[in-house]
Design a protein around this ligand. Structure first.
Ligand code: ZN
Length: 493
């Protein structure tokens, strides 16, 4: 028994060895496994259920805001990929190619999509005739392949990853900006209202934009190991893709105009951020919003009390299920309650209900919160409302803990020594005035592998790019030259 629970439990520590700990949680909580080829993973049912929960939220919001789902081929002819030169240059080192079909050599190589602008845009061009066809909003849920030679880290670094990519065309610059902000806002809502992770929103510096984009906006989440995760991006592509792929339309005066396009995406990295942010040395911790099982009922009986305890437990399970909760009654005979507690803790079930003879007799139920083991006793008659409140409580606890970590880990620095020292000592974000020169980022990157992960925006939303607010000092934190921008440095995934 002791050996078995040893094997079941997490042996690495989150604070001392976050990388090893993360890999162990993902495997032992049955989220994912490693595929035989380096860089690929297998997503298990419990992991895929989490991805579906993310999909359900986002997909619903997309559809409410005018988006239609489509599906394009996973292969892109080389000549299509070459039509937008920035895309070619940006993705070339990471593209996987198909050169042979069956026994025949292909006349033209096919790229396995690293992103789909190059195959979707030509069709948007075909489908866009008049201003009445715009805005056109398409989205696809699919996987893409980027052949990076890095160590596999489930959901954070894999050669193939699941995502959604939205592609839109608009009659005006204003329409494109509104789109960019709508999607960024939905990504922010997903993180904050569904995944219990606060994010920072801003834009990427010029030199780190999506290839071919005018502006790349981002939501960034801070992980407990002090590194930033790019949570999702929303790009204003201006007219560069529309020009490359002839997305034009007849305006109200029948004059031909070039459209404005955007693209936006969120990958299963969100799943990695979810696991990394909340989980602990006992295993997975999940917010009730996405947990496949929200409530587990563990009956505790002796032979003479078994029937009463089970009957009472079943009634409560029925009540909760009827009320719409995702409930599991763990009445396995061959496992004792201690074993069950550990297993459901490892799997991240947010709320545990314990029911023994005392609970039956007093018409009560004992409830235990997964994140902090907080215990409460509630009346049988009130159990549906009580469970609802406790689940909300658990969500708030998770969000507040993550928010506190974020707030404590945005620090200001005004010299290279200060930037390096602060990131070296604490991790997190360092906010500094910046002259706008990429060389200043390089200087920091060389020494400590931290980069500018984002620049905050004020006056965001509406029909413009928004302005990067004025820094409170006027000298670049790296080179000392005049600075009129703010940059957030951090190590990142
Ligand atoms: Zn500088």
């Amino acid at each position: 028994m002791s050996d078995e629970s040893q094997e079941l439990g997490i042996t690495e520590s989150k604070s001392h060895k976050p990388g090893e700990w993360y890999a162990e949680v993902v495997q032992k909580a049955d989220i994912a496994d490693y595929a035989p080829m380096g860089g690929f993973i297998v997503t298990k049912p419990r992991g895929y259920a989490l991805w579906e929960a993310i999909q359900d939220s986002l997909d619903g919001w997309f559809k409410q805001t005018g988006v239609d789902n489509v599906y394009f081929p996973m292969f892109i002819p080389e000549s299509f990929l070459e039509r937008e030169k920035d895309i070619v240059e940006g993705f070339d080192p990471e593209v996987a190619w198909v050169t042979q079909g069956g026994h025949e050599e292909l006349e033209e190589r096919l790229a396995v999509r690293p992103t789909s602008e190059s195959i979707i845009a030509p069709f948007m061009a075909d489908w866009t005739r008049s201003h009445r066809d715009l805005p056109m909003r398409l989205n696809q849920w699919c996987s893409v392949v980027r052949w990076e030679a890095t160590e596999t880290k489930p959901f954070f670094r894999t050669k193939e990853f699941m995502w959604q990519e939205g592609h839109t065309a608009h009659a005006s610059d204003e329409g494109a900006w509104n789109e960019v902000w709508t999607r960024l806002g939905q990504y922010e809502d997903l993180y904050e209202d569904v995944l219990a992770i606060p994010v920072l929103r801003g834009k990427k510096p010029e030199h780190d934009k999506f290839p071919g984009a005018d502006t790349t906006t981002t939501v960034e989440a801070l992980m407990p190991d002090g590194k930033s995760v790019q949570g999702a991006t929303s790009h204003n592509l201006g007219q560069s893709f529309a020009e490359a792929f002839d997305i034009t339309f007849a305006d109200e005066d029948e004059d031909e105009q070039t459209a404005y396009t955007t693209s936006w995406g969120l990958s299963w990295r969100a799943l990695g951020a979810l696991i990394m942010t909340h989980s602990d040395d006992q295993g997975l911790v999940l917010p009730p919003t996405v947990a496949p099982t929200q409530v587990v009922i563990v009956p505790i009986w002796q032979e003479d009390t078994k029937d009463d305890v089970l009957e009472y437990s079943e009634e409560i399970a029925d009540d909760l299920e009827t009320a719409g909760f995702r409930v599991e009654l763990d009445d396995r005979d061959e496992r004792n309650p201690g074993f069950k507690f550990n297993e459901h803790e490892l799997n991240g079930v947010p709320l545990r209900l314990e029911i023994g003879p005392h609970e039956v007799e007093d018409e009560e139920i004992t409830l235990v919160h997964r994140p902090d083991n907080a215990e409460a006793v509630e009346d049988r008659d009130e159990i549906v409302d009580a469970v609802d409140e406790h689940l909300e409580d658990i969500y708030d606890k998770l969000y507040e803990a993550a928010e506190e970590t974020l707030e404590e880990n945005v620090r200001e620095a005004h010299s290279p020594e200060d930037i390096l020292g602060t990131i070296g000592k604490h991790g997190g974000y360092v906010k500094t005035p910046w002259c706008g020169d990429e060389a200043c980022e390089e200087a920091i990157k060389e020494k400590i592998a931290a980069e500018i992960v984002m620049q905050p925006l004020e006056d965001e939303g509406g029909s413009t790019a928004g302005e990067v607010p004025e820094p409170d000092a006027d000298e670049c934190g790296v080179c000392g030259d005049p600075a009129d921008e703010i940059a957030y440095f951090a190590k990142s995934y």
